[in-house]
Write a protein that binds this ligand. Structure first.
Ligand code: UDX
Length: 445
């Protein structure tokens, strides 16, 4: 099939590259001429494992091209994917201005039998609005479908190629058949292709993300209760997870969820509820708990060192909102770093991928270091992202280079008792703190 993908951001590029890889003829379109020029040269502007190789391979094979020319890209296309950004507006709702201008731009060039598909996360009812707009612009009833994405950053290619499910929202069953054909190379493992109305498909995306965010805020709240009442959230997690109705996944306590989806989508669904006269008590609580959770390490730091951190050096491992991405949008690490700087601390930070993005935001306010170098002279280490590099560091070297062996672990990477025996003062999430600093004199592990 001939496919046009409008918007060459994260979702658009992954969609375009994967559909090209399954043998389609894909044109990725973007108004950002610099981005398109870079992509033509094989430079992928984001870090996503496997994406650069996939783009290069399919571009070389002639199946994936890039252009700023909407008319040329859309005119021959059987299917037009809309994958432009829908950022959070001032009132929390999704800002759809990019979507509306694209709909206007494609209308004169659409083939009569073309199918327009929304891939961006859009408020419920957007699909119907696009249908109405295209009717107004073209004078005919165009096929407009909804096909939400469920891609995790860092695993987007795999999620696209091996989806748990594909959801499409359509007005006519024939449109579902076209999309099913498009997805058939990725649905070999009997994963379901689920057909519903456009409104239900739009809602499915929000409900999925809101539920996942709810799981995280829920376990974080339980972790905080464990800390206050006594208890170890890791044990509790093991204790509940074997109940098949509960399970283990997405119930890791931490420093709160970040990224481009959960915060934005929970707030957008909240705003939508408000527009329909509802007060979504659960969603409001999920967001509020998450905002509070981003301060969980700073509260522990303040309890340990006091509020004034002048003269203290704090190492931070992990700046991206999660591993395997360079994305720092809504990253808890930035909230902590700003708090540290306000209190006069010196910050020495490491991240395997996100340094450039943080430097663009914070400039020289903090030192950017290699992993062990960040610990030199540090009065404490804070761990914000569970990158693999941090799972088994050389603890003896850490004790050697740090000024004080104090660790605030926002991702529960280490076993508390082992950290105590190694000689660390170790704070984590939802588990009792341990202090091995005296034990250290009696000999290290
Ligand atoms: C998410 C959804 O998973 C994806 O389906 C959707 O399309 C986009 O939003 P993503 O934002 O890439 O994907 O991140 P994800 O891996 O889901 O993690 C989101 C956040 O939750 C991260 O900050 C992560 O650290 C946090 N998290 C996740 C926890 O704190 N605990 C967990 O148990 C799981």
């Amino acid at each position: 099939m001939k496919i046009a993908v409008i918007g060459s951001g994260y979702v658009g590029l992954v969609t375009g590259a994967c559909f090209a890889d399954s043998g389609n003829d894909v044109t990725c379109i973007d108004i950002d001429a610099k981005k398109i020029e870079a992509l033509k040269k094989g430079e992928v502007p984001i870090f996503e494992p496997g994406l650069a190789e996939l783009v290069e391979h399919n571009a070389e094979a002639g199946r994936l091209t890039f252009t700023t020319d909407t008319a040329a890209g859309v005119a021959p296309a059987d299917v037009i994917y809309l994958a432009v950004g829908t950022p959070q507006g001032d009132d929390g709702s999704a800002n759809l201005s990019a979507m509306w201008s694209v709909v206007k731009a494609i209308a004169p060039h659409l083939r009569e039998d073309a199918v327009v598909v929304t891939k961006s996360t859009v408020p419920v009812g957007t699909n119907a609005r696009i249908f109405a707009m295209l009717k107004e612009f073209t004078g005919r009833e165009c096929d407009v479908a909804s096909n939400p994405e469920f891609l995790k950053e860092g695993a987007a290619i795999e999620d696209f190629m091996k989806p748990d499910r594909v959801v499409v929202g359509v007005r006519r069953p024939e449109v579902a058949e076209i999309l099913q054909q498009l997805y058939s190379p990725f649905l070999r493992t009997e994963k379901p292709f689920i057909v519903m109305s456009p409104q239900s498909a739009e809602m499915t995306k929000y409900v999925a993300n809101a539920l996942l965010a709810t799981k995280i805020s829920f376990i974080n709240e339980m972790a905080n209760l464990c800390e206050r009442m006594g208890g170890d959230i890791n044990d509790v997690r093991r204790g509940i997870g074997h109940d098949s109705r509960i399970g283990f996944s997405f119930l890791f306590p931490g420093v709160g969820y970040g990224g481009s989806c959960f915060p934005k989508d929970v707030r957008a669904l909240t705003a939508m509820s408000g527009e329909h006269g509802c007060t979504p008590a659960m969603l409001l609580a999920v967001d509020e708990v998450n905002e509070r959770q981003k301060s969980v390490l700073s509260e522990k730091l303040a309890a340990h060192f006091g509020d004034d951190l002048a003269g203290k050096t704090i190492a931070v491992w992990g700046l991206a909102f999660k591993p395997r991405t360079d994305d720092i949008r809504e990253a808890p690490a930035l909230v902590l770093i700003r708090w540290l700087l306000e209190r006069g601390a010196k910050v020495r930070a490491h991240d395997p991928e996100a340094i450039d993005n943080v430097r663009a935001e914070l400039g020289d306010a903090i030192a950017y270091c290699r992993r062990m170098e960040a610990l030199e002279g540090a009065d404490a280490l804070c761990i914000l992202t569970e990158w693999k590099d941090y799972h088994s560091p050389d603890f003896a070297e850490m004790l050697h280079v740090m000024n004080q062996p104090v660790v605030f672990d926002g991702r529960n990477l280490y076993e508390s008792e082992r950290m105590r025996r190694r000689g660390f003062c170790y704070h984590s999430i939802g588990r009792p703190p341990v202090d091995g600093r005296k034990a250290k004199q009696g000999g290290r592990e």
